[in-house]
Design a protein around this ligand. Sequence first.
Ligand SMILES: C[S@@+](CC[C@H](N)C(=O)[O-])C[C@H]1O[C@@H](n2cnc3c(N)ncnc32)[C@H](O)[C@@H]1O
Length: 604
Amino acid sequence: MWSLRRSVGAPRVAATRLFSSRSPYRPQNLGMLQYISFYQYTQLEAASLPRLRNQLLQDWQGLGVMGRVYIAEEGINAQITVPLSTLGEFQAYLKTLTWLDDALLNLGAVLDHNDTTPEGKCPFHTLHVRVRPHLAHDGLDKALPMADRGQELTPAEWHDQLSSPTPKRIFDCRNYYEHDVGRFEGAERIMVDTFKDTWASLDTLLDGAPKDTECLIYCTGGIRCEKVGAYLKTNGYTNVKRLQGGIVHYGKYVREQSLPSKFRGRNFVFDQRLSNDDQALTDDVLGQCYQCGGPTNTHVNCSNTLCHGLILQCDACHAALDGACSARCQDIKHAMEAMAADERKAFAKANAHAFAHHLVPNARVRPGNPQHRAFSTYHIRDATMSPELNDYVADLSAVPTSGVLPAWRAAIANDFNDDLMQKMVSPGQAKLMQFLVQALDVTSVLEVGCFTGYSAVAMASALPRGRVTTCDIDAAAVAWTRAQLAAHGIENVTVEERPGLDLIAEMAAAKACVDFVFVDGAKKDYVPIYDTLMTTDLVTPGGWILFDNTLFRGQVVEHAYGRGSPKEKTAAQLAAFNAHVAADARSRNVVLPLYDGLTLVQKM
Ligand SMILES: C[S@@+](CC[C@H](N)C(=O)[O-])C[C@H]1O[C@@H](n2cnc3c(N)ncnc32)[C@H](O)[C@@H]1O
């Protein structure tokens, strides 16, 4: 619950004092400005957010505040500038917001509103207060319990902790483009496009680590690592420590104390200053130019306005490409500049789709460039699709089937926990597979990796005259599936308890024949399974094989170019598998960026 209570004597803010409320809010000549950032996780009432938004907008405009403020049911996050002339009033105003008690005000640089130089200019021109579903969009199905977020360390404690010789893991909870230009020594990057990708990445990095591993976590201002702290604590890690106020706070501390910074390079900030010199904690240039690989810490947005992708670019490449991220974007930029306004508008409309995947600040994946940053711009994991969107995809895909699948899924949901449910293909992917087996006129399916039979039953229910043979090495899953098949009266699915490779060899030896194989078992077996299917007659020429998880959360790209973490064994295996199939003349294949990546192979 929040309340916008003003105590007696608190400032009454005249909304028109520093600007005219009739004109658009774009104040001029505010003099010297204090850069401030703060956030707080707190419980705000959803229904009251629009009123709170209007109130803050009006009152803060009255004080000459500019910047970006997000409010959500989970709290507030603000990056703003406040004129020094009204700073006292602004701070008094914050004290009247009873729900903001714990907020830590990060006072940043003092800026001159009249300064127009790239180094000194004000990052904001107006004030936006926006109601958002989340402060930091975590993409998780359930809200994280925020009561225990790990131990908060002051910058001084953090500095000491980093100096101590005790073994520790340091996690940079920011995106790759932030990590590229500055980081604490020894910090591990959580390789993500967006915050939502953090969880899978963390799970991989901590796979097998003892639960009492000392985990030191940090981000720019502290907001993201509060959620990461809550996630780690929820997952049983007992020794979680996070940097209070983030790099911003730490930078201020080491400057004030004249200490050597343990954060090297620049702190990337999400405003017009990007990672310019204001944010440098040390002189280290850690970034590499996206084009030539030379050292640079300069982030730029591609000058092709349709692209706008974020890259690191050195001055020479910036001049050579006119600030574009590629020769193609440079051509488009020039072509658009030569167009009349109407023509340019029509061109932009017609071509915007070609850049629709430039959803986030990014550097393009460029396989020819050894310095490329590899990452996934597509949110291909089911986990990143909301349950509603997943249901929508399934509901809006119409394939005639026996209709048993929802009851089958309900039975699984009844007997297995949410984590285990994640092992199954999603309802949307099940629909795709049903569509495929019908469209490809399949009569006989082999599946490797049955688990609870969801994908097997999905295909079988779409093939009334077809048959599905599936297998698993997990005796309990096989027993459960067999019992359910009997209970549901499903007769066209057979479950074998044995490794997929053994079953394939046996079926081939018995001169059996299938026209569709779905492979969803252990990823280390993908290459031998593929090779066995190519060398035996179990699948005849023209037959189909569908491999699941072949993009593995996008991690395969890093491994394809030798830059992946050795801890990501599965991604490395899948990258090797993808390369193996692509180079093999015995089949043709297409890699589909759907769900966790699907590779459809046709035997030649
Ligand atoms: C991702 S789950 C399969 C999910 C299932 N296809 C679905 O969508 O409902 C992977 C399954 O493969 C099984 N598995 C692992 N190695 C295997 C192997 N060598 N042969 C057969 N199954 C295997 C695991 O026991 C696990 O149950």
